[in-house]
Structures are given as C-alpha cells and as structure tokens.
Design a protein around this ligand. Sequence first.
Ligand SMILES: NC(=O)c1ccc[n+]([C@@H]2O[C@H](COP(=O)([O-])OP(=O)(O)OC[C@H]3O[C@@H](n4cnc5c(N)ncnc54)[C@H](OP(=O)(O)O)[C@@H]3O)[C@@H](O)[C@H]2O)c1
Length: 323
Amino acid sequence: MRIVRVHGFGPPEVMKVEESEPPRPASGQVVVDVELAGALFAETIVRSGRYPFPLPYEPGIEVAGRVTAAGPDVDPSLVGRRVVATTAGNTGGYAEQALAEVGNVYEVPSGLPLNRAVPVFQAGAVALSILSAMRVQSGETVLITAAAGRIGSLLVQLATAQGLRVIAAASTAGKLAIAADLGAAVTVDYSASGWVDEVKDATGGRGVDVVLDAIGGDLGEQAGQTAADGAGRIGVYGFASGTWLPLDTLQIVQRGLTVVGPLGITFAKPLADQRADTEQALAAAAAGDLVPRVHATYPLDRAVDAHHDLEQRRNHGAILLTP
Ligand SMILES: NC(=O)c1ccc[n+]([C@@H]2O[C@H](COP(=O)([O-])OP(=O)(O)OC[C@H]3O[C@@H](n4cnc5c(N)ncnc54)[C@H](OP(=O)(O)O)[C@@H]3O)[C@@H](O)[C@H]2O)c1
C-alpha cells in the first residue's frame, strides 16, 4: 500500500509517497481503509522539525473510511463500519490503510458524509471543549483569532450558537467574509495596524470578555491587549506563529486578567468525557448545526501542496487528502 513517509525534517518536499506492507492490527486496534485523511497545521510543525519526533515517521493524525480488520480482543462487528479515527501513535494517516486504537474510533452518523465527518470530529471536539474550559456565558463577547481556520471556523459557529457576540479576526478579506457568514458579529483584519483599537471600539472601549488565541507571537500579544481590564479571560490554545503568546505577569496582575490553557483542561478530562465531546461534534454536524469548511482535497501524492497551503496561510477551513 502507499503511505507518505518523512526521513528527515524540513520543507513540505521531505514528504515522499512510498510502498509499505499493509498494517496488521495488534490487540485493541483496527485497520481503517482510508478514504480521506485530514492534513493539519499541527502536522506542519512536526514535519518542519519544530516538535520533537523520532525519524523516520509517517504523518497523519485523522482518517475516515471503513474498518477492514479488527485485532484480537476487538469487537469483530466493527469490521465494515464507516468510521473516523485518530491514528495509532498519531501517525500513518496519509496512507491507503491506517491503524487506530479502538478507543479512538467513532462510527460516523448515517447521512453525514466523510468529508464533513473528518474535519469536524476532532476539531469540533477541541472547539467545544475550549469554550467549556473558558466557561463562556451567553451575552459575553469573544475574540477568535484565525477565525476562518479549521478550528477557528468551528469556534465562530459554536460561540455564536451559545449566544456569544463573536469578534472574528483573520488576515484577509476573504477569510473575514467567511467568518461573517458563519455568524461573527464583527470582523477585524489583524494584518492592519490599529486592529486592537478596532476591537476595543466594537466593545464600547471596554474590551472583550474572552480572547481565544491560536497564533501567539506579536499577534497573540496584541490579541491579549483586547481583553477587558478587570474581567478578561485569555485562552491560549495554539502557536501558529511559531512562538507562544508572551505573558507579562505584572500586566496580568495590574490589569486583572485570567490566563487559561483550555487544551490542558481538555486533555485532563476523563476519556469518556473527551469521547462525549467528539460524539457531540459529530451529532451537531449530522444535524447541520455545525458545518466544517473544506478548503481543498488533494490526492496523496500532493500532500506537499497541502502543507504549502497550510504554511502559507491559504486555507479557509480544513484540508483533506485522498489516497
Ligand atoms: N488537535 C489539533 O489539531 C490541535 C490541538 C491543539 C492545538 N492546535 C493548534 O490550534 C491552532 C489552530 O489549528 P488549525 O488546525 O485550526 O489551523 P488553522 O487555523 O486552519 O491554520 C492556522 C492559521 O493560523 C493563522 N496564522 C497566523 N500566523 C501564522 C503564521 N505565521 N503561519 C501560519 N499560520 C498563521 C492563519 O490564519 P490567518 O491567515 O487568518 O492569520 C492560518 O490559516 C494551531 O496553532 C494548532 O497547532 C491544534
């Protein structure tokens, strides 16, 4: 079978399609015949060598398709089911077949196409869990960065549905139009100077109740400036810029801010609760209440193009691969 493999960290071109033996499921595992795999921004960080990982490795965290084999101790009735799954060891999804631990396999609700299930099952669960960890309340104002991204576009929809007033920030007019379409009340181009004042003006000068930052670096620091003094909560869940949001403790103390790591809260939850988030995201997508955006679907041998799109900030929503 064909699989994408990385022998040395570097630019997208280090990803090569190779032939490999089909995977065999060990105890507690299944084999998924991959119809679609997600290509994630986080995977570009690993591939470029900015996150420690043993070499060689096979990228690919998210897959969708039918279960074709079940390992010992696994319910054999899973074979033939249409599922989404995170891959065993978070690797090997850019392939014709992939292994998954049975606890990370989810049956896709009938009627939900796989190209909606893949971009929503993990990103939707993350988005739901971030909002819950930030204890958002209806009527609050939230600033969402990378608002047209894979997770950001779901956060905009979920926050709007929960009665929050969403201020969406992104880097292009096209991305802002998408965020507005998904429910954002206000959109702000954070590649333009003066965007922090724009956000403040949109809140009558007070600032926002909640900042959700996926970017870090200078943009993250500026996003933090939009939090309301004496009340604002800043949730940090990504560092797409390459550096985390810099924290100035004296400023946090003087301004009366709360800084939260919502993903750490998510991953500390019991596994049953984490599964419930995923099932909720899939059910919302099946009901049409949560609509993931798919920017592009590339064949496996164009995984390089998928990573270029992600690194050059071209993606509106998720990017998928098909073997
Ligand atoms: N399970 C997960 O997938 C997971 C878990 C934990 C954390 N995260 C983190 O959550 C964040 C969002 O993930 P995602 O998959 O939804 O990605 P994404 O938002 O679809 O893509 C990243 C976005 O970040 C923005 N960005 C700002 N500065 C950038 C830079 N220097 N280089 C590249 N992008 C930049 C771009 O949007 P604009 O052009 O609008 O700025 C870009 O489209 C990432 O930091 C990711 O590592 C993901």
